[in-house]
Design a protein. Structure first.
Length: 278
């Protein structure tokens, strides 16, 4: 090996190795501190692009979940109101049947009629207040179904179909003038109550079916979001056991590299010994 005071090849090689170890150590330290093996596009452009796409889908799933939770609340409120209306109609049927007794006197009939009117008024109150976040499925305010997000691309939806349970409607067929003031009127009222009760229970079955569909889709979206999150983790998360072992090895390698540079830099000192007198 040529000894030169101008060029120290050994020192340059040792320095290059040290710089390489330092760069590797920096990468490993970043992985340990962030928990990620792919932090940015320069770490692995293909994996980073895939992970970012999946992160976008996860964000979209959050919006879908919010929409579905709103759909669940709207449907639950409508169901609760419809069940209350059904209970009121059961009570109204009891009053109407009692009023169909030809033997009752005027006072008893008037009392039954007053109870009947009060129950009908409660139906109207329930219908009016069965709303969540401004949406009411049973008051007739919706002319078409509510479209709620069902996927991350916003290309499919779950439709909440309204069921108008207002008095004098197609479901609750009793009217604001339906009364128990006479035997004939009571017979008519009983027929209307029976049809209303059947219609309300059918509407509740339809609302219940939609509510079950919403609940099932919320569970599915949650599982899908968890799977996407796990997929992103598999792509970009660092194996901390591996990185910890690598960190220790690189720290030792860096220390050895530093010593190698020091030794290589001292090599030219040998040249001085060639010029010392014996």
């Amino acid at each position: 090996m040529t000894l030169s005071v101008n060029t120290n090849v050994a020192a340059m090689v040792a320095l290059q190795n040290l710089n390489g170890s330092t760069r590797e150590l920096e990468v490993t330290q970043n992985r340990v501190s962030t928990g990620l093996k792919v932090i940015g596009a320069k770490d692995n452009s293909a994996v980073y692009a895939i992970a970012q796409g999946m992160r976008a889908d996860i964000g979209a799933m959050t919006a879908v979940t919010a929409s579905l939770n709103r759909a669940k609340s709207i449907t639950d409120v409508a169901l609760a109101a419809g069940e209350s209306i059904s209970d009121l109609l059961v009570q109204m049927k009891e009053k109407a049947i009692a009023a169909n007794d030809a033997s009752i006197d005027t006072t008893a009939r008037a009392a039954l009629n007053e109870d009947f009117r009060s129950l009908r008024s409660q139906i109207a109150t329930i219908v009016q207040n069965a709303k969540f976040d401004g949406a009411n499925l049973i008051d007739g305010s919706l002319t078409s179904g509510l479209q709620m997000l069902a996927d991350a691309d916003a290309t499919s939806a779950i439709t909440l179909t309204p069921e108008n349970m207002s008095v004098s409607g197609s479901i609750v067929t009793i009217t604001s003038t339906t009364a128990l003031t006479s035997l004939a009127a009571s017979s008519t009222a009983l027929g209307l109550v029976n049809s209303s009760l059947q219609n309300v229970n059918s509407a509740l079955a339809r609302l219940g079916s939609v509510g079950k569909k919403v609940d099932s889709h919320i569970i599915f979206v949650g599982k899908l979001s968890d799977a996407l999150t796990g997929g992103v983790g598999n792509l970009v998360d660092a194996d901390m056991a591996v990185e910890s072992a690598r960190l220790q090895a690189l720290q030792i390698k860096q220390q050895l590299g530093s010593q190698a540079v020091s030794i290589a830099n001292s090599a030219p000192q040998i040249i001085l010994s060639l010029f010392r007198g014996g």
